[in-house]
Ligand binder design. Sequence first.
Ligand code: C2E
Ligand code: CA
Ligand code: CA
Length: 404
Amino acid sequence: MDSASDIKILILDDDTFMLKLLTKMLAKLGYTAVITCDNGSDALKKLDQADTSPDLILLDLNMPDMDGIEFVRHLVERNYLGKLILVSGEDERMLRTAEKLVHAHKIPMLGYLHKPVDSGKLAEMLHHWEIDTLANPASASKKIYSADDIKAAINNRELVNYYQPKVAVATGEVIGVETLVRWLHPQDGLIAPDRFIHVAEKNHLIDDLTRLVLAQAVAQAGKWHREGQTLRVSVNVTMDNLASLDFQDEVFNLVSENNLPPQKIVIEITESQVMGPDARVPLEILTRLRLKRFHLSIDDFGTGHSSLAQLRDIPFNELKIDQGFVHRAWEDDTLRAIYDASLAMGKQLGMDIVAEGVEDRNDWELLHDTGCDMAQGNFISPPFPAEDFSRWLSEWKNRFEAGL
Ligand code: C2E
Ligand code: CA
Ligand code: CA
């Protein structure tokens, strides 16, 4: 890590006295690149600008307009790559629950601080963090790509599809794969989507990106079908892709060109994106895709807001329980409660349930014992390039037959 003064810190608290106090404490510790915000929307604006995007956020939980938990949800949507410290006057139990939620969202936390804030404790947290990053410089490097970089990557066909299997928990049968895009960067190597999808969304490049991913995925699905692997192939689609009515025609054309039954293509939509003030066009597109027999899947279930309304309004075939509520749900009551509720709700509505983020045998056993339909995660396999499919399949069959 560079020196303390290079680390960008954002403090979000509705109490201006707190903002001043924390700024002073940080300055004493050498952290001078500090921005303060007294409401969530301003903080999100800072986050979206490369020059003010923070490495660390000190977040107050109780705020009148957007509270800390809602703010965290926005961080997740933006694939925030920095760290977080929760600050609150709430009791220990509340803070711990909040910490669990943040963990479930995979946002790395340095810890939580009670108000009034103890400057010694803050210093200790920052000190540990610095030691960690010094020991692990790779985790500190997080180059942000510009819209132009991404545009060039799309034009130069540097985006490649990886695929992650989805298997039936009861029988081990391979139901399908999820398409996960990667950027094969000529200098930086394989880049994960959370480093560029958000930038693509912000800069009106997501339609081009999705078009490329979808075309490659449908072509690959056609190839698998011709080889006798009648896999369902899922593609991640954002709400912005559904803003124009051309989308459904494109999907439909691709599928007919490749001689595929539409029900073998699954459109995954992230739950928190399904809402939005004007949902008429997306709703129409989704309904028409469904009428054409495409499969619709609600992604990251459990992390969003108006889940119930969406489930009522959109005819989803599949519900994916967010990985944050799957891994370790067998040993954590809070996660388990959300996992159980999502599973029950999806079942009641007649949907196929996929649990994401199945990382180990314990996670798998929970799915098995609770009657979850499908599993996806590193325990089954991390995402791989299409050419690795047959090798993985025979390995998987052996593992399943041998009791995993
Ligand atoms: P997602 O749709 O929720 O995809 C699942 C993510 O979890 C993938 O990350 C996958 O590699 C990762 N994962 C799978 N198994 C495990 C596991 O056992 N443990 C853990 N911790 N993680 C696991 P990935 O590939 O980095 O993708 C991140 C997100 O980027 C995706 O989340 C999706 O929202 C988005 N994304 C990926 N490809 C596309 C795309 O083509 N278009 C759009 N719009 N978004 C995409
Ligand atoms: Ca997905
Ligand atoms: Ca997901």
